[in-house]
Design a binder for this molecule. Structure first.
Ligand SMILES: [Fe+2]
Ligand SMILES: [Fe+2]
Length: 195
């Protein structure tokens, strides 16, 4: 669903606050405050197609890491480019995190019985948001901007490895067909909130 930047930012701050407060319930309530009809329809249609929820998330990982590499390599005088890359990263990461936090990690906790893994991944998402905040606040011609982007890339690369090599496989093993279809719909629905 399309949102203006102003609304989008406010929405992201709400999500950030909820996550820092550990307020999973608050986050779910906040997510229901947006009119989700179109998103729901899209999610339901794709769930019916039985798409694997994890392959969609793995594709996001590749895009997110490539944006971060471009940020890391950007010269200090490319201020407009840095701003644009950061906005693209924020939007992509926000949609991705929404799907994982509201659909995948609860399944990791309840179905794969890996509560420590789930808590660890939630905490790393909070760390990512701190880096994004710093990158947004810093002057875009500051030489430390690329260093911060590099730190965020390393954090996300490790997080992605944990998801793809450990936790997604755990879920794939434990989820039956019905749960997989429901998760695929849920992932698409959550991602559609921020496009
Ligand atoms: Fe994640
Ligand atoms: Fe992920």
């Amino acid at each position: 669903m399309a949102m203006g930047n102003r609304t989008g930012n406010r929405w992201l701050s709400m999500r950030g606050l909820a996550a820092f407060a550990g307020g999973a319930v608050a986050a779910v309530i906040a997510s229901r405050m947006l009119p989700p009809l179109v998103a729901q329809a899209a999610g339901t249609a794709r769930a019916a197609a039985g798409r694997d929820p994890f392959s969609v998330l793995e594709r996001d990982h590749r895009v997110i890491l490539s944006l971060l590499t471009r940020m890391e390599r950007s010269p200090d005088n490319a201020t407009g480019g840095r701003m644009q890359l950061l906005l693209r990263l924020k939007r992509r990461l926000a949609a991705h995190a929404l799907a994982e936090e509201d659909v995948v990690y609860p399944l990791l906790h309840d179905v794969a019985h890996a509560p420590e893994d789930a808590r660890h991944l939630y905490a790393e998402h909070a760390e990512m948001k701190m880096h994004l905040f710093a990158l947004e606040q810093m002057r875009k011609d500051d030489s430390r901007w690329a260093v911060r982007a590099s730190e965020l890339r390393l954090l996300i690369a490790g997080h992605v490895r944990q998801e793809e090599e450990v936790d997604f496989p755990k879920l794939r093993r434990r989820m039956d067909e019905r749960t997989t279809r429901a998760a695929a719909g849920g992932v698409q629905r959550e991602k559609a909130f921020i496009v």
